[in-house]
Design a protein around this ligand. Sequence first.
Ligand SMILES: [Mn+2]
Length: 327
Amino acid sequence: MFDEIAEVIRSGTAFLIASHVRPDGDALGSELALYHVLHGMGKDAVVYNQDVTPAVYEFLPGAEEIVHSLDVVDRFDAAFVLDCSDIARVGDEQGKIGSIQKIVNIDHHASVGTFSKILLTDSRASSTGEMIHRLLKHMGIAITGDIATNIYTAILTDTGSFQYSNTGGDTFRVAADLVERGADSRYIAQKIYETKPAVQIRLMGKILDTLQLHEGGRVGVVYVTQEMLREEGALPEHTEGLVDTVRSIQGVEVAVCCYEVSECRFKVSLRSKGDVDVEKVAGTLGGGGHRNASACRVEGNFETVRGMVLDAIAVSMQRGSPDVENL
Ligand SMILES: [Mn+2]
């Protein structure tokens, strides 16, 4: 697949690069790394995201070039859809993007998309960024400081600062290579983790106040409503990382954050430590993700949503230790 993607890049002149709604560090870092690669080769590249870049990622080299609207897409030879297992995740412009003659999908989610014939996927990769790095090495492309900063950010954020189980030996080898090529690990960590607005910390206090423990303390649940955001003058992005705080509680194996998207519609983020497979939990509710980090959307009021999620978690917990069938 590396060769096929290399051929798409070499033979084309204009490319669209897109990723999922509410872009995270992996989506943005992967997109912008590829953007710098293509520019460096003298190609025309446009990065499109439906949603604006969260302030915390505005430092990424090239972030100011990202567009949020698309007109005609005829001029693009190919589209790179990154970090998406389903093209619907690019948002409202999925039809337009899907109409581009060649679609390259690079992703590391366990649920593999089928919307593209040119698919580079590895569910064991820490991040899409790590896969972009592999592609560049394969193509013999020199990694500049701007590329290194973007890929390093993708890996750092998708591994929760190298804490999640998706962090393997390769992840550190790639990170070491990126640092040697100009990614400043201290600077990047400071930009991402030490620039929170006070409103975010206040909102966090409010949300953590909703904490409930279930299953004898093994499951922690918090929720956030639109009203709480309004009261604090906070934005949706200010809830990021919250579910990890819940997981950090002693004895908690599964952390749940129910985020009210609109009336009676919740986005549920799940994190686990230990053996509980939250990808399966999310899967039973129509969502997906990874073994230790997943998400789904559930309709109903908070009590109903919590009930459904807790039931699904209880089933998963009863299964107990790691599934032999999956090894
Ligand atoms: Mn990712």
